[in-house]
Design a protein around this ligand. Structure first.
Ligand code: NAI
Ligand code: AKB
Length: 373
């Protein structure tokens, strides 16, 4: 019988043995090391120790999307350029390529992931690869593969190599039967998108691996994230980024959600800081492993009104995208993040007025520079 099958059988028997319980992390990790994907000589990886005084060695997957480059910049400032590796399946821009380590990594390729983790002695893994809500509905098989199968690879790699793992979840992990105003951390979660289903799966699997195998899993449910220097990857909250670019470029914006669609939102700097803070939080401060975080909540009409305070001639019109509207109508309107605030001191810096000023100033100055060149 091939070795892998023998080991799998042994692992199954160990799990079935009465009294095994496999309740301690040590036994559990050994169980994971019986995974058919694990070569036996890898057993020593578990003894690679990561001293808390060392800088972590971080790998960011899906790092060329809206959030990854900004996170790499923040983490590199804190831990040093060479300690933070960005990865993706896309080709980086010249600027990103020269700003710090970049590596090709397809999260569906388990061996490739393992090689990167081993060769670079990775200790923290930030798992950003995903298909977001709207693009996920347009390609369910791909979303299922990347968001679910890919996550399984990440969980196994993290458990096998004793990594601290961050996986973001989203307001999209809730659905029409969840309380929407406000939405607490613990409540019914029956999302109606493949994106939401995959994120609930990620939350549950991460927490399961934490309790079962001692995996240091940490998860934040992000609201819609708004950034000036990176483009969103195909979500329901994308309008709240596009509106600023169009306001500066043409003074007009056609919104694909209804004027009164209220959704929780956050400026990117708050989101990235929260991510660093939860990763650095002492484990004994975390009463949970998945937290809501929030900053503000607004409708397209309220956002347009705030923009008009600075661009009085700004006009907004509406042309609904039925898919995105149905998704938004099932998502939280306000997010209750009291547990994050109480447990590890989460506090946002940007409310709506600061967000609008920051976005318009940034995009305005970029566009003035572009016009001058
Ligand atoms: N941007 C937002 O408003 C929010 C984002 N999040 C979560 O944060 C994370 C990052 O979000 P964004 O940067 O906005 O996403 P994005 O859609 O902009 O970027 C995702 C990246 O994943 C990469 N990717 C796709 N398939 C891959 C594969 N097989 N292997 C490796 N990489 C692959 C893509 O090339 C892309 O660069 C995601 O998990 C998302 O669900 C959660 C809530 C809100
Ligand atoms: C809120 C999210 O998760 C994302 N921006 C989306 O709209 O899909």
């Amino acid at each position: 019988m091939p070795l892998a099958r023998v080991l799998t059988k042994a692992a199954k028997q160990a799990l079935l043995t009465p009294g095994c319980g496999c309740q301690t992390a040590a036994i559990a990790v050994r169980t994971i090391s019986f995974s058919p994907r694990q070569v036996t000589s890898d057993a020593s990886f578990h003894s690679v120790s990561f001293s808390e005084t060392d800088h972590p060695k971080v790998l960011i997957t899906g790092g060329l999307g809206q959030l990854g480059v900004g996170l790499a910049k923040l983490l590199r400032k804190r831990f040093g350029n060479s300690n933070v590796i960005l990865s993706d399946i896309r080709k980086p821009s010249t600027q990103v390529f020269h700003s710090g380590p970049f590596i090709y990594s397809d999260i569906l390729d388990y061996k490739n992931l393992r090689e990167i983790v081993v060769n670079n002695r990775i200790t923290w893994l930030v798992h950003y690869s995903a298909l977001l809500s709207a693009v996920g509905e347009a390609n369910v098989p791909l979303a299922r593969a990347v968001n679910i199968t890919g996550l399984h690879n990440i969980l196994d790699i993290a458990a096998e190599h004793g990594l601290r793992l961050f996986v973001p979840s989203t307001i999209g992990a809730f659905g029409p039967t969840s309380p929407r105003n406000p939405t607490p951390d613990l409540c019914i979660q029956r999302p109606r998108t493949i994106y939401g289903v995959s994120k609930v799966h990620a939350e549950l699997m991460g927490e399961y691996y934490h309790h079962r195998y001692g995996l240091d899993f940490r998860c934040l449910r992000y609201p819609g994230i708004i950034s000036a220097d990176s483009q969103p990857g195909g979500g329901t909250t994308d309008y709240a980024v596009a509106i600023f670019h169009d306001a500066i470029k043409s003074g007009k914006f056609e919104c694909n959600l209804k004027p009164d669609t209220r959704l929780p939102m956050m400026y990117i700097d708050d989101c990235l800081r929260a991510t660093l803070e939860i990763m650095e939080a002492p484990a004994d401060q975390l009463s949970m492993r998945t937290y809501n975080i929030n900053a503000m909540s607004f409708t397209p009409e309220e956002l347009a009104t705030e923009i008009r305070k600075q661009l009085p001639d700004f006009e907004i019109s509406y042309n609904l995208d039925q898919v995105r509207q149905a998704i938004a109508d099932s998502w939280p309107m306000n997010f209750d993040d009291n547990n994050a605030r109480n447990d590890w001191g989460w506090k946002h810096d940007y409310d709506l007025p600061e967000l609008v000023t920051t976005m318009l100033n940034y995009i305005g100055s970029e566009s003035r520079i572009a016009r001058a060149n």
